[in-house]
Design a binder for this molecule. Sequence first.
Ligand SMILES: [Zn+2]
Ligand SMILES: [Zn+2]
Length: 77
Amino acid sequence: MNCYDCTVASTTSAAVAVCMECGRGVCMDHASVIKVPAFYEVSAGMAPVRRRCRLDRRRVHCGECQAAVDCCDSTGG
Ligand SMILES: [Zn+2]
Ligand SMILES: [Zn+2]
């Protein structure tokens, strides 16, 4: 699979990842890697304790989906 954004720009690059939102293939130049913190719950008899996993999960957005996140997330629309 080739990078969608590169193909639109009339160049060709091999895709190294797939956008989690729209499923486009993206090359390293067009991929926005976001780290998603992972949590897990430990039940110690009392109320469960929420612990943060040390391993962040990496997710990839294409340029367009990342721009949409930057555009709307903080303003609520
Ligand atoms: Zn690209
Ligand atoms: Zn996308």
